[in-house]
Design a binder for this molecule. Structure first.
Ligand code: ZN
Length: 96
C-alpha cells in the first residue's frame, strides 16, 4: 500500500530555506560571564537577598530575615546562562 503525504516531523523548518546544508545551531552553557547566580526571596513580604555567585549569602539572608521578621517561607531563584552558536559541534544542553 502506498503512503501519501509527508510526515510533519520530516518537513524542513523555515531556517532551512535557501541553504544547501542545514545550519546547525547548538546551545551551550555560557561561561564567558558569571556562573550560576542564586537569589532568595521571602514569600511573605517579597523582600529579597539580592543576587549572589554562591548560595551561601542568600541562605544566610533567609535565616537573618526569619529571625528578624518571623517570616519562614522563601523562594530560591537560580539563574544560569546559555549561548546559541551556529554550526557548532552539535552538542546540546542536557538540562543539568
Ligand atoms: Zn519577609
Amino acid at each position: 500500500m502506498r503512503r501519501e503525504g509527508i510526515a510533519a516531523g520530516r518537513m524542513a523548518g523555515p531556517y532551512h530555506r535557501g541553504a544547501r546544508r542545514p545550519k546547525l545551531w547548538a546551545l551551550r552553557a555560557d561561561r564567558s560571564g558569571s556562573g550560576l547566580i542564586t537569589e532568595a526571596e521571602c514569600t511573605t513580604c517579597h523582600d529579597g537577598s539580592g543576587a549572589a555567585d554562591d548560595g551561601r549569602g542568600p541562605a544566610v539572608w533567609c535565616l537573618a530575615h526569619a529571625e528578624e521578621t518571623g517570616h519562614t517561607g522563601f523562594r530560591r531563584i537560580r539563574t544560569d546562562f546559555f549561548r546559541a552558536s551556529c554550526d557548532g559541534a552539535g552538542e546540546s544542553v542536557d538540562g543539568a
